[in-house]
Design a protein around this ligand. Structure first.
Ligand SMILES: [Zn+2]
Ligand SMILES: [Zn+2]
Length: 81
């Protein structure tokens, strides 16, 4: 039904690899999401809430992990499985 929207940031309308999925199923760059959610808490397309804080902190984690991956962090990930 909304296949056209797959993997396109709802803000910048561009395809970029590391898109984050919003709770409503739309996609947004993690950087766009961080900027956008400073002032807005609903999806710009469908107006559903994107204020799920667990999702928000997951994005922060993935952002930090992407920027810098300290040895102890990767070690912890190995222990998970
Ligand atoms: Zn974007
Ligand atoms: Zn949406």
């Amino acid at each position: 039904m909304e296949a056209v929207l797959t993997r396109v940031c709802v803000l910048s309308r561009t395809h970029i690899p590391n898109l984050q999925e919003l709770p409503c199923g739309h996609f947004m760059h993690s950087t766009c999401f961080l900027t956008y959610t400073r002032y807005n808490y609903t999806c710009p397309l469908c107006c559903k809430s994107v204020g799920d804080m667990s999702v928000y902190f997951q994005m922060l984690d993935s952002l930090l992990a992407a920027e810098r991956l300290p040895p102890e962090y990767s070690g912890r990930m190995q222990q998970v499985w």
